[in-house]
Design a protein around this ligand. Sequence first.
Ligand SMILES: Cc1ncc(C[n+]2csc(CCOP(=O)(O)OP(=O)(O)O)c2C)c(N)n1
Length: 508
Amino acid sequence: MGDLAHALADTLAALGSRRCMCNPGQDVVAVIDALEGSMGTTMFPTEVGAGFAADGYRRVDPRGTDLPVCVVTGKAGAAHLALPLENAFADGVGMLAVTGRCTVELATVSVANVDIGDNTSKGLPEVVNAFELACTPPQGPALVTLDRTAQYGPAEAAPRELTFGHRDPSPRDVEQATDIIASAERPLILLGTGCLSGDVEGLREAVTAIGIPCVTSMPARGVVDEELEQCLGPAGMRGKAAANDALRGADAVLAAGCSLSHLTVPVGALDGTRVFRVDVRGQADADTDAAAFVTATLHAVDEREPWVRADGPLVYEGSFAAPVAVSSIMDTLRPGDCHVYDVGAFSMWACAAGTVREPGSFLMPHNVYPLGYAVPGAIGALMRGTRERIVAVCGDGGFVASLATLPMAAEHDITIVVLDDGGMDIIRQRQVERGLSTLTSHLPRTDPVALARGCGIESVRVDRREDLVAQLEGAGRGALLVHCRLERGPRILGALDGNNFKVRDGSG
Ligand SMILES: Cc1ncc(C[n+]2csc(CCOP(=O)(O)OP(=O)(O)O)c2C)c(N)n1
């Protein structure tokens, strides 16, 4: 019999994990050492960086059992991991976190919680169960906690054949959904992140073949090709006007893998609408492949002419401020690329801009909006190896928040765009609206170009839209930082949906 560290590493590798993101400490050094022998293991300078990288790794392609393993030490390490775990839990991103002891209650932001403590012989079968939960939709982080001494205690690997995988849609449920959609005058399909981990290819074919309009949640952007006439794009708070109009106007909605939160469904939009839901946490049909369910339903109904039209492309015009910079970046998004967004006023403009054609090409945390996500998230997405060109987009605030991870970018084919409007604009806008002091939306001055060069990253400064586009078109090999000096952007309206998303003069 070997020790727990090796038994755990062997078990996780046998289940399908290929990557470990870690930040070491005494509680987990032996675990990390064992994982190094079983999978690609990368040290991140902070636990937050490791956690966001694990998130980006899984978010870019949430299928299968290649669950990222995020290992941090107890107390300080585990406390730092609270933010990435909260973010992953809220957005349904699977990962397996292994930590030492901590009084911060991380179990509340995990889909499964295994406290191995010092009982090394009993814990591993439970870890396998937790692993399975973490990668089965609706996914989320699973947490394994151990005592420092446990790493060295005796244990045997406990892999087993995972029953992982979705249940095939039940014919009875499909029939019911088909009846609802077929008898509707204005049917609509609402696709959430649950669809991303299922049979996406089948879904894309079915949506293309049958003209029933569909909308997506923001994080599911790209699950079907937004260039399709019947794809109205993302709905919700920052979504497209046509998508929200369709939600309000539909008389029947098949909602698949979507939580129907206020971020996706405008308040009251579905009142009085017949809604059939599939693959949602807590529902009886929770483990159904949501994508396959929609596919089966679409194949059972007749082809239709769409009853709503998509918006034309959203064009932001004006000076080199956030809407113009962000829409220019979105216009360079090609199949095979992945753009990873941080949070800020600038990112709001990205939500309804551009055309997202494939899943895994537009990553933006949706519920928690954690500042500093983009750079480590992009490094994680790159490690998954499924996308060709990776671009991290952040504001000057997000850039500073992720500085600890910047040196790591030097070793990767990654482009970082820093949209620098000289402060934290989203905060400033709220402060101005409420007549508050704007002192705390200022940032200490930094020079992203000099900082990046100091880390061995090629770096340029641009002041014009054309120069930004030229840099992005040419990017892809090696690390590059593009520092955009922006004018202050127009005010983000307190918007409930894309209808309100119009560029206005002035910055009030
Ligand atoms: C970890 C964390 N801390 C604080 C916040 C609140 N917050 C949201 S956006 C933001 C500032 C963004 O500034 P910047 O990156 O410069 O983008 P801008 O708004 O200027 O476009 C802050 C502090 C957050 N979302 N996450």
